[in-house]
Design a protein around this ligand. Structure first.
Ligand code: PLP
Length: 405
């Protein structure tokens, strides 16, 4: 007998780690035992109430959850349309949503008896969050980072080193996030007995996209309850920036089965979708296989992965999580894009109107909110994930505005 169709969009992936045609585990035979061991350990941990209680304790006392919901009144008034609410995940320890994922995975690594942690990083936010939880638990930590990124993200490189991490430069390719992830996967195959690979977004082979989503879903679960408390109803739209897609799916997942809530993911249009200088895998890419899963990728006509460009290094990834690829194709989530110029304008608007300096990544979500809010009535509600703070972006914004620091 055929199984009845599930009446939920929240139950994926299937047993093979697929979201529709996307995801899976396209890995070398040598890596297969690693991902199977990880999947079994993750299934056991998430079903263990004692483990969940331990994680909740660290999220509360170390990371600072729950993060508040903020009604951005001056911004709403200035845009002259819907009420805008920020989910303030920039207030987490280390300054972004990355900490939610790192805390969950480090506790999993400890439960698995792993004694060495490796990770990839692009802008350095995930590297810093990983080095932070490694310092907390006294675990040695190696961060792979492309040489181009090391050069443009010096403050985060220094932070990682202060926290005790070894930062390994990756020269191959363009020396960016894609290349760092390749190196980390290589290290994992060679050292799997004692090493845990802590991936920073909803990418990689199954179970990473599902596991990172589950760990980030706390964003939307909190926001959903906070929204009901503040307004007595759900928002009309929820908006988040999309790099690999972890903060976006973290916000969206709790709302996937609420058809009246529009879900909107905002990719980086960089210098424009009609140039090759953007990072919009869903708006400007097509399906292929990278880093162990099938998803939308920026690629040339003959299938070479193209370099991504965005003003925010955190969105500079040529792929996107496979669950987003599926949600894109079935039409449950709309994916749009914002250019560098729109992003810097939104960044400045938020800073002056709300006294909050956002990271350039959530400023992409904000750039879309700036377009969307005025088209909605005054009793409309937009929920936006303010997933990171802008301290790390001062030099980039100054350069874009032609200001010397
Ligand atoms: C890393 C990062 C992103 C991009 O990653 P996602 O997995 O798409 O969330 C977005 N915002 C901030 C603040 C980040 O640090």
């Amino acid at each position: 007998m055929n199984k009845p169709l599930a009446n939920t969009l929240r139950s994926g992936p299937d047993g093979r780690g697929r979201f529709g045609d996307y995801g899976g585990r396209f890995v070398a035979e040598t890596l297969m035992p690693c991902v199977l061991e990880l999947e079994a350990a993750w299934e056991a941990a998430r079903a263990d109430p004692a483990w969940r209680t331990e994680l909740d304790g660290y999220l509360k006392s170390y990371i600072g959850r729950p993060s508040p919901l903020w009604h951005a009144q001056r911004l709403s008034a200035q845009l002259g349309g819907a009420k805008i609410y920020f989910k303030r995940d920039e207030l987490n320890h280390t300054g972004s949503h990355k900490a939610n994922n790192c805390m969950g995975q480090i506790l999993l690594a400890r439960r698995m008896g792993k004694t060495r942690i490796i990770a990839e990083t692009g802008a350095g936010s995930h590297g810093v969050a990983t080095a932070t939880v490694c310092a907390l638990f006294g675990l040695p930590c190696t961060i792979y980072m492309g040489t181009t990124d090391i050069e443009r993200q010096q403050p985060n490189v220094f932070r990682m080193k202060l926290l005790g991490a070894e930062v390994k430069p990756v020269k191959s390719g363009a020396g960016t996030l894609k290349d760092a992830m390749n190196e980390a996967l290589r290290d994992w195959v060679a050292n799997v007995r004692d090493t845990y690979y802590l991936i920073g977004t909803v990418a990689g082979p199954h179970p990473y996209p599902a596991m990172v989503r589950d760990l980030q879903s706390i964003i939307g679960e909190e926001a959903r309850a906070q929204m009901l408390e503040a307004e007595g109803r759900l928002p009309d739209a929820a908006v988040a920036s999309v790099g690999g897609g972890s903060n976006a799916i973290g916000l969206f997942h709790a709302f996937l089965d609420d058809p009246d809530v529009r879900l909107i993911g905002v990719e980086a249009a960089g210098r424009g979708l009609d140039t090759h200088e953007h990072a919009a895998a869903l708006s400007g890419g097509r399906p292929g296989v990278l880093h162990g899963n099938r998803t939308y990728l920026l690629q040339t006509d003959d299938g070479q992965i193209e370099e991504a460009h965005s003003i925010s290094a955190g969105l500079d990834y040529p792929g996107v999580g496979p669950e987003h690829a599926w949600l894109h194709d079935i039409g449950r989530v709309e994916y749009v894009a914002a250019t560098d110029d729109e992003v810097v304008a939104a960044f400045q608007l938020c800073t002056r109107a709300e006294g909050i300096i956002p990271a350039l990544e959530p400023a992409h979500a904000l750039a879309h909110v700036v377009k969307l809010a005025p088209t909605m009535p005054k009793d409309g509600i937009i929920l936006m994930n303010l997933c990171g703070r802008g301290d790390k972006d001062m030099a980039t914004v100054a350069r874009h505005l032609g200001v010397a620091l």
